[in-house]
Design a binder for this molecule. Structure first.
Ligand SMILES: NC(=O)c1ccc[n+]([C@@H]2O[C@H](COP(=O)([O-])OP(=O)(O)OC[C@H]3O[C@@H](n4cnc5c(N)ncnc54)[C@H](OP(=O)(O)O)[C@@H]3O)[C@@H](O)[C@H]2O)c1
Length: 260
């Protein structure tokens, strides 16, 4: 029996490439985004070219009705692979960001990802099989004056993924956090800043990003950094993180804070 993948944010960019690559691997698909026309076009192409079954769900994942409709799909249908990809990243200072954009970013990047993960996990744990891919960002560990909110949401994605990995390690469920750097997609249009304002030499294509992420998944990676050539950079960072946490477990104030 063929496996089924549910991909959020499949109407463009990274999500649309995941749809193409997973269809090529024989996955049936459930494609989620707001733009129904884009999803239908992609579904028709994949059904014709790859002979896979494709269902589309037009849903706004920053709104309650959209989130709950996709939660229902995840509970009612066996989903073997969930790609939590939909995300937005307004490029703006906190002062200039509207309340509405702030709420939408938190809802889409954090609440929807959390709720869909929670909806997918019980079935996967019962079946002792399943994969969740959470698309974060290298901004998970770096904040700029115009990315405070976005960086913080992606730090959530990384930390949440790392915790869930430990929770489900014994259940046959794999969780991969993918941390892209600049990738050429419509993301920047949606963010309100043309991609032409950026140095393209540090950008890769969505195809390169997804192919690297899938190679990392095939290798069983828990955290995949497609653009990082020297893996020691990540290993050193992650070891330092663990050592820092160890250094917090003392139960007493550090001597530098002692009263003079
Ligand atoms: N591009 C980069 O440089 C970059 C770097 C690091 C991380 N990322 C991450 O990669 C992921 C994919 O982004 P992308 O680069 O492929 O950008 P994109 O081309 O703009 O794709 C974003 C996708 O998310 C969907 N989406 C946006 N708001 C939504 C909502 N409220 N409800 C449902 N779906 C929604 C969009 O579809 P609709 O508009 O049709 O709803 C679209 O399919 C995001 O999580 C992003 O944070 C991107």
């Amino acid at each position: 029996m063929s496996k089924t993948a549910l991909i959020t944010g499949a109407s463009s960019g990274i999500g649309a490439v995941y749809a193409q690559r997973l269809a090529a691997r024989g996955y049936d698909l459930v494609l989620v985004a707001r733009r129904a026309d884009r999803l239908s076009d992609l579904a028709a192409r994949l059904q014709q070219d790859r002979s896979v079954s494709v269902r589309t769900i037009a849903a706004d994942l920053s709104a309650e009705t959209g989130m709950s409709s996709v939660e229902t799909a995840l509970r009612d249908q066996q989903i073997d692979l969930l790609i939590n990809n939909a995300g937005m990243g307004p490029i703006s200072s906190t002062a200039d960001l509207s309340d509405e954009a702030t709420a939408q970013t938190l809802a889409l990047n954090i609440t929807a990802l959390t709720r869909l993960t929670r909806a997918a996990l019980p079935g996967m744990r019962t079946r002792k099989s399943g994969t969740i891919v959470n698309i974060g960002s290298v901004l998970a560990f770096h904040a700029l004056p115009v990315t405070s909110l976005y960086s913080a949401t992606k730090a959530f994605v990384l930390t949440y993924s790392r915790g869930i990995q430990q929770e489900v390690a014994a259940d046959g469920v794999h969780v991969q956090a993918v941390l892209p750097a600049g990738t050429i997609t419509e993301f920047y249009d949606a963010a309100g800043v043309s991609i032409d304002n950026f140095d393209k030499s540090v950008f890769m294509t969505a195809e390169q990003l997804v192919d690297a992420a899938l190679a990392g998944l095939d290798r069983g990676e828990e955290v995949t950094l497609p653009s990082v050539h020297d893996l020691d950079l990540w290993n050193t960072y992650d070891t330092a993180r663990q050592n820092l946490f160890g250094g917090t477990q003392n139960g007493s104030p550090a001597s530098r804070y002692a009263a003079a």
